[in-house]
Design a protein around this ligand. Structure first.
Ligand code: MOS
Length: 704
C-alpha cells in the first residue's frame, strides 16, 4: 500500500485486543465452553513402550456411577488409516484401532461419564493387561537403524571437499554435542469439546491451526471437510505441541459419535507429557576447520535425531550450517533414528534450536583455539550470497544485529580469556551466538467485508496461540484498507473461515497478512460502488512465488552473561540481550514480547529442560511440572530484545516471521558464556549442576 493511504496501524505498540478478556477470565478456552448435555471422556494410556494389549476388563468401570461406556480398540469407530500430518500418514492418529502399543503413553481407552470425576474414576477402574515386548529407546548417531532424514525441506549440503579443506586448516574443531528430548509444556493442557449434529462434527479444540485439524479429522472420519467445524478462539500456548489433530479431538469425536452427546476430553498434565509429541533428542557431530586468520575452510555438520516408525518427521538441525558462514566446503548429513516413541513434533524453533546449539558452540570453540574474538570470527566469515545455494540473500541484516548487540551489551570491554572474572566465589562469563531461521509464506485465504456502517469485517483462518496474532492482523488489515484500526473487526480461529496456514513454522503472520493484504486490495477496487455490504475473498495459493530465487531468513545475535558457582555447579543467567532482524515489525510491543519469550525458552533449554525416561519401561519419569524443570520467574534476569531496521522485499508489506528466531541461538550463547566463566565446555544440554561440577563426555552412553 502506498504511504498516503497508510494510517500507521503497523508499527504502533498496541496491547492485545483480547487482553481484558483474558485478565478478567472472560476468554473461553476449549475446556470452558458451556455445552448442554455434556459428557466427559478420560483417557487411559499404556505404561509400556512396546507390546500388545492382552485384555481390557471394563466390568467394574461399566457399573460405576454416571458411566456411559468405555471405548477401546474392540468397540471404537473405525478411522481412515490414510490420515496423517504435514509429512504424510501418521500412525499416532489411529487411536483405538488395534491392540498394538508402539510407544509409552499410547491411549488405549476412553472412559466416558456424566462428570469428569466419574470418568476419571472409571478410567482408574479399568484393568488393562499387556503382553510386553522389548523396546528400543537407545538413541545415538551410531544406532544400527539410523538412516538419512527426509529431504522434504531441501537437499543436504555437499559443496567443496571437506576432507581436503580440513587437512589444510590451521585448526580443526571436531566435537560432539547432545540435546535431550524436551516437551512443549503449554500452560493450557490439550482439551476439546466435541459434538455431532446432522452428520457434521463440531469441536472447540486447543490447537495451532483449526483448518488443518479440520482436514485431518475429515480424513479420519472419511467425510467431506465441509462437515468438520473446528474452533480454537483462545489457545493457551502451543509451541508446536498443538500443531496436530490431537488425541483429545480424535477421541472426543469418537465418543460423541458413539454416545450421541457432546463429549469433552481434557488431558491431565501427565497425559500431555506422555500422549502428545515432544522435541526429539539430538546427537550431533560438528567439524569445522579454519585458517590462522579465522577464515573458515570447512563446516561438516552431522546431526541425528530420534523419530518414530509411525510417521515421518524432520528435525532440521542442518539449516544454519547452510546459511550462516562462508566456507569453501560445507557438508551436512541429517540422520533419523527410528525408536519406540510417539512421533516427535516441531517445538520452539524445530531443528534450528538444537542445531544452532551445536554449530554455534563449535564456532565458539574455533574462536577459542585461534584466540580470536568470537564476534570478530563471525564478522570475518559473513557470506556474500547463500554459501551453499549461491542465491542472493533477500534481506540479511545479521551484521547490524551483531554490531548493535555488541554495542549495547558492552562486548568490546570483554577479556576473551576464560575464567578471568569473578565476584567473590562466583565465576562470571559472557558469551554470544548468532543464528538464522527460515522465513516464508504458505497459502491462505482471507475475506474482507465492507459493512453498511463503514466498518470492515476481516475473516481469516488464523490462530492466536497467545502471540497477539489477532492484534497484529488487525493492524495489517487497517493499513491495507486505509482505515483506522477501530473500524476493523477480525474473526479468526475457526475452520469455517476457510483454508489457512496455522500458527507454525514462523509463517503464520506472513501467510495471513499476505491474504489480508490481497483481499483488501481487491475490496478497494469495489469500494466506489455504494452497495453494502460488499465482500472480497482471495486465496493466495496461486499468488505465491514458490521459487523466489533468494535466500529468505530472519537473523539474530544473542549475548549472555552468566554467574557460575564452582562449589555447587549452579549457573545463573544474569543478562540476556538479543538483536533481531525480522523484516518490518508490525507491533513492537508484541514482537518484543514474543522474542523475549523465545529467549526465555532458550534459557530454559540451556539450563533446565529434559525429558527423563525409565529405561525399563521407557516411560517418562518426570512428566509433570514438579519433575520437568523449566525457567520460572526467579530464573529469568532482565532480558533485553530489540530489532534492527529491516524490510523483507519478498513480502508485500515487508514482513517476516518472528515466532521462533528468539529461541534458536540462546542456548549456545549461554553455553559459550559458561565456558568463558569456567574454562570448561558444556556440550550436553541441559547444563545441569552435576555437569558443571563434572563434565560428561557426549560420546558416552549415559551422556544424554
Ligand atoms: Mo512451531 S514449533 O513451528 O509451532
Amino acid at each position: 500500500m502506498s504511504a498516503d493511504l497508510n494510517p500507521g496501524a503497523v508499527g504502533a505498540p498496541r496491547p492485545r485486543i483480547e487482553g481484558p478478556l483474558k485478565v478478567t477470565g472472560a476468554a473461553r478456552y476449549a475446556a470452558d465452553v458451556p455445552v448442554p448435555d455434556l459428557a466427559h471422556g478420560w483417557m487411559v494410556t499404556a505404561p509400556i513402550s512396546r507390546g500388545r494389549i492382552r485384555d481390557i476388563d471394563a466390568s467394574t468401570a461399566l457399573g460405576m456411577p454416571g458411566v456411559l461406556g468405555v471405548l477401546d480398540h474392540r468397540n471404537a469407530p473405525r478411522l481412515n488409516p490414510r490420515a496423517g500430518n504435514y509429512f504424510g500418514p501418521d500412525g499416532s492418529m489411529q487411536l483405538l484401532q488395534d491392540d498394538v502399543i508402539p510407544y509409552a503413553g499410547r491411549p488405549v481407552a476412553l472412559a466416558v461419564a456424566e462428570t469428569p470425576e466419574q470418568a476419571r474414576a472409571a478410567a482408574a477402574a479399568l484393568r488393562v493387561t499387556y503382553d510386553v515386548e522389548p523396546h528400543d529407546l537407545d538413541f545415538s548417531l551410531e544406532h544400527p537403524a539410523a538412516r538419512p532424514a527426509s529431504t522434504a525441506f531441501g537437499p543436504e549440503a555437499d559443496t567443496g571437499d571437506v576432507e581436503a579443506e580440513l587437512s589444510t586448516s590451521a585448526v580443526v574443531v571436531d566435537e560432539r554435542y547432545r540435546t535431550p528430548e524436551e516437551s512443549h509444556s503449554a500452560l493450557e493442557p490439550h482439551a476439546a469439546t466435541v459434538w455431532w449434529d446432522g452428520g457434521h462434527v463440531y469441536a472447540v479444540d486447543s490447537n495451532q491451526g483449526a483448518f488443518s485439524v479440520s482436514e485431518v479429522l475429515a480424513t479420519l472420519w472419511s467425510i467431506d471437510r465441509e462437515r468438520v467445524h473446528i474452533r480454537a478462539e483462545h489457545v493457551g500456548g502451543g509451541f508446536g505441541g498443538k500443531g496436530a489433530c490431537g488425541p483429545q479431538v480424535i477421541l472426543g469425536s469418537m465418543a460423541s459419535e458413539r454416545f450421541g452427546r457432546p463429549v469433552r476430553v481434557v488431558m491431565t498434565r501427565v497425559q500431555v507429557f506422555e500422549a502428545t509429541a515432544s522435541r526429539p533428542p539430538t546427537d550431533q557431530l560438528v567439524r569445522i576447520g579454519a585458517d590462522a586468520d579465522g577464515r573458515l575452510r570447512a563446516i561438516h555438520h552431522r546431526p541425528a535425531y530420534a523419530l518414530s516408525p509411525l510417521a515421518e518427521y524432520i528435525e532440521w538441525c542442518t539449516e544454519q550450517a547452510k546459511i550462516l558462514y562462508a566456507a569453501p566446503a560445507i557438508r551436512t548429513q541429517l540422520t533419523a533414528v527410528p525408536l519406540d516413541i510417539l512421533p516427535p513434533a516441531s517445538m520452539r524453533g524445530p531443528g534450528a534450536t538444537p542445531g544452532s546449539f551445536a554449530l554455534e558452540s563449535a564456532i565458539d570453540e574455533v574462536a577459542e583455539r585461534l584466540d580470536i574474538d568470537p564476534l570478530e570470527l563471525r564478522l570475518r566469515n559473513q557470506p556474500p550470497v547463500g554459501p551453499v545455494s549461491g542465491l542472493p540473500f533477500s534481506s540479511r541484516r545479521l551484521v547490524s544485529c551483531l554490531r548493535e548487540g555488541a554495542r549495547r551489551f558492552g562486548w568490546a570491554a570483554r577479556d576473551r580469556r576464560p575464567r578471568t572474572r569473578s565476584e567473590g566465589p562466583l565465576l562470571i562469563g559472557t558469551g554470544m551466538a548468532t543464528t538464522s531461521f527460515s522465513a516464508g509464506v504458505f497459502p491462505s485465504t482471507a475475506s474482507i467485508t465492507a459493512e453498511a456502517d463503514g466498518t470492515f469485517t476481516v475473516s481469516v483462518g488464523a490462530s492466536d496461540i497467545g502471540t497477539g496474532a489477532r492484534t497484529a492482523l488487525t493492524a495489517v488489515a487497517a493499513d491495507a484498507l486505509g482505515a483506522g484500526a477501530e473500524r476493523v473487526r477480525i474473526r479468526i480461529g475457526d475452520s469455517d473461515l476457510g483454508m489457512a496456514w496455522g500458527a507454525g513454522g514462523s509463517r503464520g503472520t506472513t501467510s495471513w497478512s499476505f491474504a489480508i493484504t490481497e483481499a483488501a486490495r481487491k475490496l478497494r477496487e469495489n469500494l466506489g460502488d455504494p452497495a453494502r455490504p460488499v465482500t472480497a475473498t482471495v486465496d493466495t495459493t496461486t499468488m505465491i512465488d514458490y521459487q523466489p530465487g533468494r535466500e529468505r531468513q530472519t537473523y539474530s545475535a544473542v549475548f549472555a552473561e552468566v554467574a557460575v558457582d564452582p562449589a555447587t555447579g549452579e549457573v545463573r543467567v544474569r543478562r540476556l540481550l538479543g538483536m533481531f532482524a525480522v523484516g518490518r515489525v508490525i507491533n513492537p510491543l508484541l514482537a518484543r514480547s514474543q522474542v523475549i519469550g523465545g529467549m526465555i525458552m532458550g534459557l530454559s533449554m540451556a539450563l533446565h529442560e529434559e525429558n527423563v525416561r525409565d529405561p525399563r519401561t521407557g516411560r517418562q519419569t518426570n512428566g509433570d511440572f514438579a519433575g520437568y524443570h523449566f525457567a520460572a520467574h526467579a530464573d529469568v534476569p532482565d532480558v533485553e530484545a530489540d530489532f534492527v531496521p529491516d524490510y523483507e522485499p519478498q513480502d508485500p508489506s515487508g514482513f517476516n516471521g518472528l515466532g521462533e528466531i528468539g529461541t534458536a541461538g540462546t542456548a549456545a550463547a549461554i553455553a559459550n558464556a559458561v565456558w568463558h566463566a569456567t574454562g570448561t565446555r558444556q556440550r550436553i544440554l541441559p547444563i545441569r549442576l552435576d555437569r558443571v561440577l563434572e563434565p560428561a563426555d557426549p560420546g558416552t552412553p549415559d551422556a544424554a
